[in-house]
Design a protein around this ligand. Sequence first.
Ligand code: ADP
Ligand code: MG
Length: 570
Amino acid sequence: MIVGIDLGTTNSLVAWLSPEGPQLIPNALGEFLTPSAVGIDNDGKLLVGRAAKELQVVAPDRCATVFKRLMGTDRKVTIADREFRAEELSSMVLRSLKEDAAEFLKQPIEEAVITVPAYFSELQRQATIHAGELAGFRVRRIINEPTAAAIAYGLHELKQERVALVFDLGGGTFDVSILDQFESTLEIRSSAGEIFLGGEDFTRSLANQILISRQMNFEHAELRHPLMLSRLLHECEMAKRKLSTSDTANVRFPTIEGEINEACEQVSVSAGQLNEWTSSLIAKTRLPLQRALADAGLTRHQIDEIIIVGGATRMPQIQTLLREMFGKEPRATLDPDLVVAMGAAIQGGLVHLNKAVTDMVVTDVAPFTLGVEIARDIAGSVKGGYFFPVISRNTTIPVSRVEQFSTIDANQTSVTVRLYQGEGRRTEDNLFLGEFELKGIPRGPAGQQVDIRFTYDLNGILEVEAVASASGTKATHVVTRHAKNMSDRQLREALQNLQSLKTDPRENQANRHLLKKADRLYRELPLELKKHLERLIHGFEEALQLQDASVIELNKKALEEFLNQFDEQH
Ligand code: ADP
Ligand code: MG
């Protein structure tokens, strides 16, 4: 069984291709969106999703979020005094989705198609595959999120050629892609983006302004009052969402200890203010938009269709910007939160050659230029460190290309092939991907021919082969792991590390989430209500202890109803 997964910076989703079309799969709380959040509770239990987000408000040092931004790096995240790589944290989210799917579809799930931002590098794509493997998936394909969105919109079903622009503003990444649809083919013409721009930045911006108005400083608060800041960010997140549909919203300003009580000041924020405070963030989307157009060789008038994806595109400012820039209404008939997962599910079906979608050919592009290091003869002296592009940015993949090179020295019997990605003329400006040696070049004068073939597959995995033409000697290198990626040994260790983490049985997850939420709200309430809540929590805990289903249900309902009147927002 294969599923499609949108592994987001903020939220992740899983879907499958049912006979009736793509279908989203709910998690243990009955929701489609699982926050990409991981936490370790006081009793050492691993929490994923909403429960981890609740815990983060009161114990930020026990939780991790936005780790997708660290994919493909060696950076470690510490939660509850344990260190994790981004791949490991992502794998916990993936595993949770895998279990949700197995429960929903009543069968084990072995395979997945996972989406990544179009702008993800080689390293980040490979890290995503590793995360999938750590979660126990066979990752059949990595596809770009905008491609998935276009598939969900069924652009391939259109009769006439259309050019679409996919604008995806999620929690932490911004992606813009231009796709061309013709004769049942969906081709990405260009993609650009910003890996440090998303809805979270809007929330932080709002919090920052509120802090400034109180003569406080964001960095200082982060350092000295992390609880206050995490609570304030939670408040700002709710206010920001409200402002997408209302003119004003209130932010309760927490105490320095991070508590919210009846004495807390309420800060009223208007949609206009939010607009003003975040105008520089909105402006930041323009450059990637222009670059994507330029790379595709198109003007904005040649875009037939604008598709918006990602929760942050619900902000009216975004839609206004697009309307002004392109002179047309963005298309958003599908829920921008779900569209990527739906496309991934369809792609999963495509991988399995499901009949419903066999008529569709999907192509993708290389997000960066790939090449090798060469030495150049500059006025008689040989200088190294030059980048020779073999596959240029935005080439449609899969692609395979050969270039001829020649040896520099007489009797040179080996060459070191050093691989880079990037747009710089010098290798020092680009990202080193790996190197390998071709040995066994027959002795002879300088200028022996060496063919280097780059093959870039649909998963964005690069294979490079070097052949000494005279002898036919070959050396091959697959760019899967290098400095910043996990070795086999690290993967095995990570797997053991993960297995040592205990999780609640699935049926307990909703209960644990409820308790975490109650725990957070407890601190926000005035004394009278605190006492009431304490009784409800106690009753629920006791019922859980007794393991009597009907008593649990009764107490759970009472607690839920109480919490909902204070905190409608997730
Ligand atoms: P990702 O793909 O990065 O996981 P999502 O597409 O799930 O992200 O978008 C998450 C972002 O969308 C968050 O920053 C959230 O604050 C924002 N968001 C969700 N709903 C709204 C809304 N109604 N108004 C404004 N922003 C929203
Ligand atoms: Mg997304």
